[in-house]
Design a protein around this ligand. Structure first.
Ligand SMILES: *[C@@H]1O[C@H](CO)[C@@H](O)[C@H](O)[C@H]1NC(C)=O
Ligand SMILES: *[C@@H]1O[C@H](CO)[C@@H](O)[C@H](O)[C@H]1NC(C)=O
Ligand SMILES: *[C@@H]1O[C@H](CO)[C@@H](O)[C@H](O)[C@H]1NC(C)=O
Ligand SMILES: *[C@@H]1O[C@H](CO)[C@@H](O)[C@H](O)[C@H]1NC(C)=O
Ligand SMILES: *[C@@H]1O[C@H](CO)[C@@H](O)[C@H](O)[C@H]1NC(C)=O
Length: 795
């Protein structure tokens, strides 16, 4: 195990630092540091703070950090946060002060010329101080704050701190905290080119207009960990209401790169896994404030805790995939060109989004109005890109859309115009989105991959897992894994890191067949951490093989795996998080989703499965396709979760007998028979899923006594055969209007759920049929070989 040597090395490094800590914090003139991965640093006498080079991706950042905590959180760096290559140097030079130079000797930054320089020291407060020959401090890092202020640090009127640009981009970002000359503490954005501040999105109110001596004078962060604005007459305008004792906790206040100013605390006693906790923050809801510009043009802000998450709405994509809170570009811009505008409704349609509004882009409003009028009015108005409808009121908006905000309490309907010839998803065929997904932007998501399982499903799944593991054992016997190392670029995490990321596995999102899933945060990304519990003994090598396989799967209809942990007996996987929902929640929620969206999802799931079965480097049988395992991103792209866990089954590899007991649900009948298990088990499950998506009904409904089980596939066959599709879709007019597609989907579904796996089409064939490029023949009855009575009880 590679872990042991890593731990030993870490321990050695730690000891090295402990040894190096025999210091009084003093740095003499002529001392220097060189940027290398194991570079020394200048420690404060307690060893709590260090000044030195911190590795940031491939380069190094001159910075001050907390040296005793595992995160080594950075609290200071020079203005504009220049990162420099390995071999760069920091010198403390008489008359020149601190000088940072690149390997060629060129000066990159300096503290400014300082005459009569006696020595420097890294103080235990986190302040680096340069002392002159008169024993007075002549330069302090506290006087040149980056994005963070610490206890004992004071900001005078006119003081400013700037956010950094991004998690690993230390250049000045667009947010500022300033103590204005009038005594108010404000947060504002600024023009990053000119530096000109925009209107404030938070104002402390520490200004007394009637008597300016009572206005704010200094922003103080006291030794006890309390922040307040000291007024001219010596009163306190308190900011921190309550703070844990500074003897036991580190405190810092940082203007984060998302624009939220937050005071944090962190226990000094590191016996238990922990993380920076929020003491207080402003503004209360950064998404609500139109001046915060928390998300760029056309972008939409969603508050997560106190953090803004930005997501381009359906029909838009990020201008710069690496800046998730930047601007979104539309796939379609309304135009008043004659031929387009004339055709109006024939050419365009609307995507419906709920609870999203953009204040400040209206050019017209209709009051009163009904929804139909609102739609028609926007459709016929060549300037109208979006119409917002709520309570008999209609607002028409132009691009670019500003101040996008999504709030469940909004109760508005946003109608986004798109050109019908474009993919209605606004994303479907556009491969440029791929890069975005890869960059791991917006892991905003529903991590609920996470499987609420019925008791029945559970019983069946245990069986499935058993069989899949049985396969593994078998495969292993034939073909022992040659290499136990994971050859993957997938980031590896230690268990401790994940304990920290999930705050001690605090927020459980769900429990599934393969383990329990928790919400976590890594860097600024919200992630889903899945603890694998059901592991076969000696599952270690298999896990490595699997991670290797999963790491190689990249498809827009698969949930992206972001990392893994293989640490002692702990095996975990880290996924992107989807805040939206599972397909189950989408289909079986209060509101019936539109047919257009549903049919788009069908194709997405089919594509994801085809990829697993045929395109990716190791073919994967999912073994557990069901709506709880399909996640939807904000664009209603279907993403399959939990693949690769039920193991890799080789094509046509057969299964011997098991004694699974179960029922028709999503699980193909061959699980219960002594017939081979192949990719066709997923095709069967896909068929069931297809019926669920078509009808918005659950495949299995339990009667009160949980004995009688009604099965959707039976109802599908009955309705199809008797020409009662309207009944099957519960008179869904939109679906019935699209009768040809509806019929095709029904027929494809019936082919997929054939009792005989040989009769079921491959997923590739399924896609061809769904998309109308493959002929769909009349399906036979998907009747069981042995007759099972059915009773459909709708509820
Ligand atoms: C720190 O120790 C060095 C010698 O190790 C000494 O020269 C220096 O004066 C000390 N500085 C302070 C501030 O005590
Ligand atoms: C250095 O730290 C001590 C406490 O450790 C503090 O009293 C003193 O004011 C600090 N000096 C400077 C210049 O920050
Ligand atoms: C302003 O307030 C200070 C102290 O609160 C007081 O001494 C002073 O007289 C006041 N000035 C005016 C003009 O009211
Ligand atoms: C501010 O906080 C301090 C310390 O917690 C407290 O003594 C004081 O009363 C507070 N002032 C106001 C105006 O709330
Ligand atoms: C897809 O994205 C590319 C690059 O961002 C863009 O040029 C193109 O117009 C987009 N295609 C569609 C169909 O929206």
């Amino acid at each position: 195990m590679a872990l042991v040597p890593i731990c030993l090395i870490s321990l050695t490094i730690l000891l090295h630092f402990v040894a190096a800590q025999q210091t009084n914090g003093s740095v003499s003139v002529g001392a220097s540091l060189t940027a290398t991965p194991d570079a020394k640093s200048w420690l404060s006498s307690s060893g709590e703070f260090a000044l030195g080079f911190k590795q940031v991706q491939d380069n190094f950042l001159l910075s001050i950090w907390y040296d005793k905590i595992p995160e080594k959180t950075i609290i200071w760096y020079p203005e504009v946060g220049p990162t420099v290559p390995a071999g760069s140097k920091l010198d403390l030079i008489d008359r020149r002060g601190l000088v940072l130079s690149d390997p060629q000797g060129k000066e990159v930054w300096s503290s400014g010329s300082l005459s009569d320089l006696a020595y420097g020291y890294m103080n235990d407060t986190g302040n680096f101080v340069i002392v002159g020959s008169n024993s007075r401090s002549i330069w302090e890092s506290f006087d040149h704050p980056a994005d963070t202020i610490l206890p004992t640090q004071v900001m005078p009127r006119g003081g400013v701190i700037n956010s950094k640009m991004g998690e690993t981009n230390f250049a000045g970002g667009k947010f500022q905290l300033r103590l204005l000359q009038d005594g108010n503490l404000v947060l504002n954005t600024r023009d990053t080119f000119t530096g000109t501040p925009d209107a404030a999105y938070y104002i402390s109110g520490s200004l007394d207009e009637s008597n300016t001596t009572n206005s704010g004078f200094q922003l103080v962060f006291d030794t006890a960990g309390y922040m307040y604005i000291l007024t001219g007459n010596g009163e306190r305008f308190n900011l921190t209401a309550d703070s844990p004792p500074s003897g036991d906790y580190y405190h810092r206040a940082t203007l984060d790169s998302d624009g939220v100013f937050t005071q944090y605390h962190y226990p000094k006693n590191l016996n238990k896994a922990t993380n920076w906790r929020v003491t207080w923050f402003v503004p209360e809801n950064i998404c609500r404030s139109s001046d915060s510009k928390a998300c760029g043009l056309n972008n939409v802000c969603i508050l997560d805790g106190n953090r803004p998450n930005c997501e381009c709405p359906q029909g838009f994509s990020l201008l710069d995939p690496n800046t998730p809170n930047g601007d979104c570009k539309p796939y379609f811009t309304p135009s008043c060109d004659e031929d387009e505008s004339k055709e109006g409704g024939d050419l365009f349609d609307f995507i419906e989004l709920t609870n999203i509004d953009w204040s400040g882009s209206d050019f017209a409003s209709l009051n009163p109005s009904n929804e139909e009028t609102c739609r028609t009015s926007c459709m016929n108005d060549c300037f109208c890109a979006v119409a917002i409808y709520r309570d008999n009121h209609c607002w028409k908006k132009q691009l670019p859309l500003k101040n996008g905000y999504k709030d469940p309490s909004y109760n508005v309907k946003a109608l986004l115009k798109f050109r019908k010839v474009d993919d209605p998803s606004g994303t479907g065929k556009n491969e440029s989105r791929k890069g975005e997904d890869k960059s791991g932007r917006k892991l905003i998501f529903i991590g609920s991959a996470l499987l609420g399982m019925s008791v029945l499903g559970f019983v069946v799944l245990i069986g499935v897992i058993y069989v899949c593991f049985f396969q593994i054992e078998k495969k292993k016997a034939v073909n022992p894994p040659s290499s136990a190392t994971v050859e993957t670029n997938l980031p590896r995490f230690t268990y401790q890191e994940l304990v920290k990321a999930t705050d001690g596995f605090k927020v459980e999102l769900g429990k599934g067949a393969f383990g329990t899933v928790y919400k976590g945060v890594i860097g600024t990304k919200i992630v889903v951490v899945k603890k694998l519990e059901t592991m076969v003994k000696d599952g270690q090598k298999e896990f490595k093989t699997e991670v290797n396989t999963i790491a190689k799967t990249h498809h827009k209809n698969l949930v992206q795996v972001l990392g893994y942990c293989d640490d002692g007996e702990h095996r975990l996987l880290i996924y992107e998080y989807m805040s939206n929902s599972t397909l189950a929640a989408f289909l079986f929620g209060d509101k019936r989703p539109s047919w257009k969206q549903r049919s788009y999802i069908v194709v997405g799931v089919a594509k994801g499965l085809t990829y697993l079965h045929e395109d990716c480097s190791h073919q994967i049988i999912h073994c557990d396709i069901k709506p709880q395992n399909i996640l939807l991103d904000d664009y209603y792209n279907a993403k399959i979760a939990d693949f690769g866990l039920a193991k890799l089954l080789l094509i046509n590899q057969s299964r011997t007998n098991t004694d699974i007991r179960g029922t028709k649900g999503y699980v193909a009948p061959e699980w219960f028979r002594n017939t081979p298990v192949t990719f066709k088990v997923d095709v069967y499950s896909f068929g069931v899923l297809l019926f669920e998506i078509i009808s918005c009904r659950k495949s299995v409904v339990f009667d009160d006594d949980a004995e009688d089980v009604a099965v959707l596939t039976d109802l599908a066959w009955d309705c199809y055969q008797e020409g009662r599709l309207d009944e099957f879709v519960e008179n869904d007019l939109e679906a019935l209007d699209d009768f040809e597609k509806l019929t095709t989907y029904m027929m494809v579904g019936l082919w997929c759920v054939q009792e005989n796996p040989i009769l079921r089409p491959s997923m590739k064939k399924v896609i061809q049929m769904l998309e109308g490029v493959g002929e769909v023949t009349e399906p036979p009855c998907p009747c069981p070989f042995s007759v099972t009575p059915s009773s459909w009880s709708s509820n």
